[in-house]
Design a protein around this ligand. Structure first.
Ligand code: ADP
Ligand code: ADP
Ligand code: ZN
Length: 216
């Protein structure tokens, strides 16, 4: 099974991806995570992407092309994947269609997480991420057992530099302008499952499993 999970920043894509990939043994491909790793290691891609990410702007399509193709070349991508935060522009969606054709695979469904902007703002400002393993927490909705310390690996939790209300404004504009219209692009060739993202983590996950039960 090959899936895309889409939705505004902070709508729960990463959190749901973590659970889905465990349950359905999919490879989690998050362009945001890949880019943050590239920035941390100061690779060529990282140096190109950093300024855009700091400003909340989309990283240019050719940079994203490079990281996605590198990732999909590895053998583990054959078992089925869940793309999180990709594609985000029409050029990326067309790129992915071409790639799927070359590899002889198809996208089985799109999970679209719907959530209002007021809830999104609370999710983004309360997000904390493990510096070491990337596990995501929320200060009130999904706190770690010990404040500031990752339950999984004991790593230190931090607030992403772009998780400010100011950057969120830019990211939401980018989402409305470039990413949300992709639903129209996909409508005629991929099944889109709209999921109400405004529930507890368990509730949203149950809705997703129900939606996947219908298509698989
Ligand atoms: P969010 O939690 O806002 O959905 P991500 O971790 O997915 O954030 O992405 C963080 C940043 O990385 C984005 O604001 C953007 O700068 C960059 N980015 C991630 N994925 C893409 C993509 N597919 N195309 C362009 N830029 C991307
Ligand atoms: P995205 O990847 O779409 O940017 P995340 O999965 O990182 O979103 O979620 C954003 C924040 O909201 C995180 O702090 C996460 O712990 C929290 N969160 C995710 N899903 C839920 C939910 N259903 N209810 C409450 N908080 C949630
Ligand atoms: Zn950790």
């Amino acid at each position: 099974m090959n899936l895309l999970i889409m939705g505004a920043p902070g709508s729960g894509k990463g959190t749901m991806s973590e659970r889905l990939c465990k349950e359905y043994e999919l490879l989690h491909i998050s362009t945001g995570d890949l880019l943050r790793e590239a920035v941390k290691s100061q690779s060529e891609v990282g140096l190109k992407a950093k300024d855009y990410m700091d400003k909340g702007l989309l990283v240019p399509d050719e940079v994203i092309h490079q990281i996605i193709f590198e990732r999909l070349k590895k053998d583990d991508a054959k078992k089925g994947f869940l793309m999180d935060g990709y594609p985000r522009t029409l050029a990326q969606a067309e790129d992915l269609d071409g790639l799927c054709k070359d590899l002889g695979i198809k996208i089985d469904a799109i999970l679209q997480l719907d959530l209002d902007e007021e809830v999104i703002a609370k999710r983004i400002t309360g997000r904390r991420v493990c510096k070491n393993c990337g596990t995501t927490y929320h200060i009130s909705n999904n706190p770690s057992k010990v404040e500031g310390v990752c339950d999984v690996c004991g790593g230190e939790l931090y607030t992403r530099g772009d998780d400010t209300l100011e950057s969120l404004k830019t990211r939401l504009c980018e989402y409305e302008k470039s990413t949300k219209p992709l639903l129209d692009y996909y409508r005629d060739h991929v099944s889109i499952e709209h999921i109400d993202g405004d529930g507890t983590i368990d509730e949203v996950f149950t809705l997703i499993k129900g939606a996947l039960g219908k298509i698989s």
